[in-house]
Ligand binder design. Structure first.
Ligand SMILES: [Zn+2]
Length: 283
């Protein structure tokens, strides 16, 4: 997508805030970044052109794309990021090169020819850097959510043995007695040929692949399509809203806070999955 030149706007801001990059991401500093600096960065540049920077900013302005930044960092809850995770994710989201010492991918050994490649574009499309594994972190988090909602669920379920077709998750008796099949995919829209329409296209392809087989078994299907910057496909957003509503329940004393916590956990799982690939490829 667009230009591969160094993202100047982000870089200028990065230099302004560079002093904070090395700080240990303890609770207070992590939140400081969110409230004082990052929210300003993410809402900077409304994006009137087609540059990589503008598109990146647009992706990060989507619903729930930044939820992980607002989660309460806690070792006990597993929501405290390590220093390296936090640093890599900041550089990635600021559009900066991840590593100044790496000029080839550690996983597939391909040369990183452009600054955009070194800013994560290659890592997030490199099959050997955990392209497949990254969605397991998200599947686990969605399973946690289903279990919190009291919904029985199973993973890696065959829906068509002849075609060896299986979905990531099945939520039993989800809607009006019908089970819901779910299949997760993380897409790097920045490099996708369809750009902004990438997530909708992923959802369409997933539905074409699975819907008929699921219907034949008396089940429904929904894709769960995420972008690596955290945005969700339209159908995926609605499905997660439904699951989260069930997890929160009608009798929750703090429904908004509870729903927010679940969104933050999903968002954090995605950020961690992305970070894992960046570290593997570019560390
Ligand atoms: Zn690679």
């Amino acid at each position: 997508m667009g230009s591969t030149s160094e993202p100047c706007l982000a870089l200028a801001h990065y230099h302004d805030f560079n002093a904070y990059i090395e700080i240990q991401p303890q609770s207070l500093e992590q939140h400081y970044w969110v409230h004082a600096k990052l929210s300003r960065l993410f809402h900077y540049n409304r994006g009137d052109d087609n540059s990589r920077d503008s598109f990146r900013m647009k992706l990060m302005r989507s619903d729930h794309a930044n939820d992980w930044l607002l989660i309460i960092p806690s070792k006990q809850l597993g929501t405290l990021l390590t220093t390296i995770e936090f640093r890599y994710l900041l550089r990635f989201r600021l559009g900066l090169t991840i590593s100044s010492s790496t000029n080839q991918c550690n996983c597939c050994h391909r040369s990183l020819l452009t600054l955009a490649d070194n800013a994560g574009d290659h890592a997030l499309c490199c099959i050997k850097a955990g392209y497949v594994r990254r969605h397991y972190l998200l599947c686990n988090e969605v399973r946690y959510l289903l279990t919190s909602a009291g919904i029985r669920n199973s993973s890696e379920v065959y829906v068509d043995h002849q075609r060896s077709l299986r979905v990531d998750l099945v939520a039993e008796q989800f809607d009006e007695g019908k089970s819901l099949c779910l299949d997760v995919q993380v897409t790097h829209s920045l490099t996708h040929r369809l750009g902004e329409a990438a997530l909708a296209e992923v959802e369409k392809q997933k539905s074409e692949k699975y819907l008929r087989a699921c219907h034949m078994l008396g089940m429904t299907f929904s894709p769960l399509a995420f972008d690596s910057f955290g945005s969700l496909g339209p159908h995926s957003l609605k499905t997660l809203q439904k699951i989260i509503a069930k997890a929160v329940g009608d009798d929750s004393p703090q429904p908004i806070q509870e729903a927010t916590y679940y969104w933050q956990r999903i968002s954090l799982a995605l950020a961690r999955a992305v970070c894992r690939q960046l570290v593997l490829s570019l560390n």
